[in-house]
Design a protein around this ligand. Structure first.
Ligand code: GDP
Ligand code: IMO
Ligand code: MG
Length: 426
């Protein structure tokens, strides 16, 4: 298959989980390299819906190894609940040399004070809030960068953990007190985190060494991106972003697999645009929002919030192709546009009388950008049962090839429904 980095080319929720599940068939190992349980990756297998938050979507196929890499921020209580949820559904999650899940010993640990701080900062920002998932992601990455975070290796260390927890809690309780928030109880935290550590310990290993050895014997590793390009801490619509590098470089730093071991980058994008949370979205449009929400679609997999919707933004996806080095494109949710007579695509922006062909770095300027649209005839036919490229309506094929051409990458996967079988390879 080639070592493949899969990234979201828009604002997250592009259908990465579904495409990962599809591509996992040819992979040996699937790795999450950044983000935490802010992610919600939906996969349908034989009519059953699974939503993965921290565990790679590859877990749903047997015989594959899944890795939670060093770049992830890991909520141990959330992860144990996710493992138990999968076990209850009959999906094995096993540890040890033959097991199907490995957890990096250097991933950073999310604590309840991170979640409280996440919420408190949002309250303080008022109307400028980011609209985070409140999973404590920003404060956990903040501690990592400030070099005060606790890692999995600390969590599972029976002597060190109680000491480090005390230290960190004392400092954070002072902060919580200053913010007028409730403080947290040491004994409760120690009990809950020790119980989670005991469950997770058998899964923990040096995943950098494991992946390095794996690259020597196989070139079938799939790196599962979380969030999307415009939520990247460096390349996104800062400050309305998440706190990790969601672009392809994050797959290297978040796994320890160097760039020269990577073979290709696949970008996943919807046939239209969505965003959950605050921040600019130039093509946001009430008509398409109402249409998709009316179909019961576009509600967040993690928080249940209604996603904001808009027309396809080729200025954005062209930028995504550039910063990720996207070679191939997977376009999902094509069936969402089935009922339209005419479909708009944003090909440039206009701001202060000037035409822009790229995303401006200044988020305030982006918020002022007006899309320049090109209209395409719709196909007005259901596509969800179509199983081959040639079977798609000619207007649909034309639309998809245009998206690929405007983005600047090769179209290789088309998805016309949430199921595994509703996927075609070009
Ligand atoms: P992710 O975070 O990128 O994995 O995406 P999410 O799972 O959060 O959101 C994508 C949504 O679109 C999920 O509900 C998927 O089941 C659904 N989905 C993915 N591809 C298709 C498709 O081609 N058609 C339809 N109807 N739904 C799709
Ligand atoms: P997947 O992997 C869509 C958004 C939040 C918010 C911003 C910051 O399912 O595509 P955070 O909690 O990370 O500090 O929130 O990022 N966000 C996502 N939006 N899909 C996601 O993940 C997201 N993860 C975070 O809504 O705007
Ligand atoms: Mg999602």
């Amino acid at each position: 298959m080639a070592n493949t980095i899969l990234v979201g080319a828009q604002w997250g929720d592009e259908g990465k989980g579904k495409i990962i599940d599809f591509l996992t068939e040819q992979a040996e190992i699937v790795v999450r390299t950044q983000g935490g349980n802010n992610a919600g990756h939906t996969v349908y297998v034989a009519g059953h819906k699974y939503v993965l938050h921290l565990i790679p979507s590859g877990i749903l196929r047997s015989g594959k190894t899944c890795v939670i890499g060093n770049g992830v921020v890991l909520d141990p209580i959330g992860l144990v609940a996710e493992i138990d949820g999968l076990l209850k559904l009959g999906i094995p999650v096993t540890s040890g040399p033959q097991g199907n899940l490995r957890i990096s010993d250097t991933a950073h640990v999310v604590f309840p004070w991170h979640r409280v701080l996440d919420g408190q900062r949002e309250i303080r920002k008022g109307t400028n809030k980011i609209g985070t998932t409140k999973r404590g992601i920003g404060p956990t990455y903040g501690d990592k960068a400030a070099r005060v975070g606790l890692r999995v290796v600390d969590l599972i260390h029976p002597r060190r953990f109680p000491e480090r927890l005390r230290e960190r809690l004392d400092e954070n309780n002072e902060v919580l007190r200053a913010l007028g928030a409730e403080t947290l109880d040491y004994e409760t935290l120690l009990r809950d985190y020790t119980a989670a550590a005991d469950r997770l310990r058998p899964f923990v290993t040096n995943t950098v060494v494991y992946l390095h050895e794996a690259t020597r014997r196989t070139a079938n590793i799939l790196f599962e991106g979380a969030q999307g390009t415009f939520l990247d801490i460096d390349h996104g619509t800062y400050p309305y972003v998440t706190s990790s590098n969601t672009t392809s470089g994050g797959a290297c730093t978040g796994s320890g697999v160097p760039p020269n071991r990577m073979d290709r980058v696949v970008g996943v994008m919807k046939a239209y645009t969505t965003r959950v949370g605050e921040g600019p979205l130039p093509t946001e449009n009430a008509f398409i929002s109402d249409l998709l929400h009316g179909m019961g679609r576009e509600f967040g997999a993690t928080t249940g919030r209604a996603r904001r919707c808009g027309w396809f933004d080729a200025v954005a996806t062209r930028h995504a192709a550039m910063v990720n080095g996207i070679d191939e494109l997977a376009v999902t949710n094509v069936d969402g546009l089935d009922s339209l007579e005419s479909i708009r695509v944003c090909v440039a922006y206009e701001v202060d009388g000037q035409r822009l062909n790229h995303i401006p770095s200044d988020c305030e300027l982006l918020a002022k950008c007006q899309p320049v649209y090109q209209d395409f005839p719709g196909w007005n036919t259901p596509t969800d049962k179509i199983t081959s490229w040639d079977g798609l309506p000619v207007n649909c094929r034309h639309y998809l090839l245009t998206l690929a051409q405007l983005t600047g990458a090769r179209l290789t996967v088309v998805s016309v429904g949430p199921g595994r079988e509703q996927t075609m390879l070009l």
